[in-house]
Write a protein that binds this ligand. Sequence first.
Ligand code: FES
Length: 251
Amino acid sequence: MTGEVDPSRRGFLKAVVGLSAVAAVGGLGKGVVQNLITPSVGLTSFPETLLYWNDPSLPSSAPVPLKASQFEAESPSVWIYYYPLSDEPNFIIRFKESVPPTKVTIDATGVSYPFTGGVGPGNSIVSYSAICQHLGCIPPVIHYYPPSQESTLPSNVVSVLKTYNQTKPTHGVVHCNCHGSTYDPFRGAGIITHPTQSPLPFVTLKYDPLTDNLYAKKLTGPVVFGHPSDLTGGNAISNLGKTTVTKLAAS
Ligand code: FES
């Protein structure tokens, strides 16, 4: 040991001293420093979380449990909820048909995993991470296009879908307008067009036929983009037992 300070460490020490000086200024910088150094609090396991919404058929604006049978199939609106972290948005999509289980492949690794299919009335409801697996764009830049809107997609995607539909007819796609990645939400959000190399992770939903309620239970597939794991890299949603599905305008 020479007692010399490595230049990179010296830079770090300077930064610490600088932050301390900010904190000392009458407490003014305290919140700033805390925000910089307070680690986010993730989770150690997936909670079971009931989905709420502002029922469009009710005059009240207070969220109530989302009733699966009332959720619109192939909605042109963008429906999302946060789970299990407050920076992890997820789509919820209902199809007009039963969504079968399938195998999904991660192009980046060649690894496949089982997608468990739809739940709820007619097994028609699915849910996926709404963070694009390419570089992390979020809704409404990435969103579901029902079949009635597929013609509004970029021409190169429309042309790919013409070929795709000859073997695996689409029931609408999730498309990201940042760089053009397209996913097949009827088949586990597998990749239709790149540059993404990974499908969207799916959320396992539980359906209670007695109450018509839906619960989010866990995420499966590739890790949510930008997170060390699906349970870390952000703060848990404020109420682990309840999350609200909200509608965004498509862009
Ligand atoms: S971030 Fe979605 S395609 Fe690049």
